[in-house]
Design a protein around this ligand. Structure first.
Ligand code: AMP
Length: 132
């Protein structure tokens, strides 16, 4: 969709820290992470929210979280758990369906007000996740 920031990220018109991509979804680091490694999963096709998206895409996204993203977070970031959230309408800043995939650490204060002192620069997290 024209004027959608996430559609522009998919097309490469706006830069992003891409973690994973396939024919259906695109995954990148959130620019304002709640914890180190906070990712967003978006469908390549534009859907506004939970009420309009093709449910098969959600099933696919969950599979990718379980099989690829969480194992990567565990291996590279040594996280202790995972929080998944998804906003619709009120609280939804970007009107292109997205799932927040937030690795959790024992020292991250265990609620949504995380400790910003331990947030690393996004480039640093990206290079840890993507190094060969
Ligand atoms: P929500 O409130 O669920 O709509 O969350 C939108 C998220 O998108 C926020 O966590 C933002 O930090 C994130 N965000 C917005 N613009 C960008 C961008 N250009 N690259 C990466 N993340 C973004």
């Amino acid at each position: 969709m024209k004027d959608c920031i996430f559609c522009k990220i998919i097309k490469g018109e706006i830069p992003s820290s891409k973690i994973y991509e396939d024919e259906k979804i695109f995954v990148f680091l959130d620019v304002n992470p709640s914890t180190n490694g906070h990712m967003l999963i978006i469908p390549k096709e534009h859907y506004q929210d939970l009420f309009s998206i093709d449910e098969n895409l959600i099933i696919h996204a969950v599979k990718i979280i379980k099989e690829k993203l969480y194992p990567l977070m565990r291996e590279r970031l040594h996280c202790d758990g995972l929080t998944i959230s998804q906003n619709n309408g009120f609280g939804q800043e970007v009107k292109h369906y997205h799932i927040h995939v937030i690795p959790r650490y024992q020292n991250d204060q265990s609620n949504i007000t995380y400790n910003q002192d331990i947030i690393l620069p996004i480039d640093q997290v990206y290079s840890i996740l993507k190094r060969k």
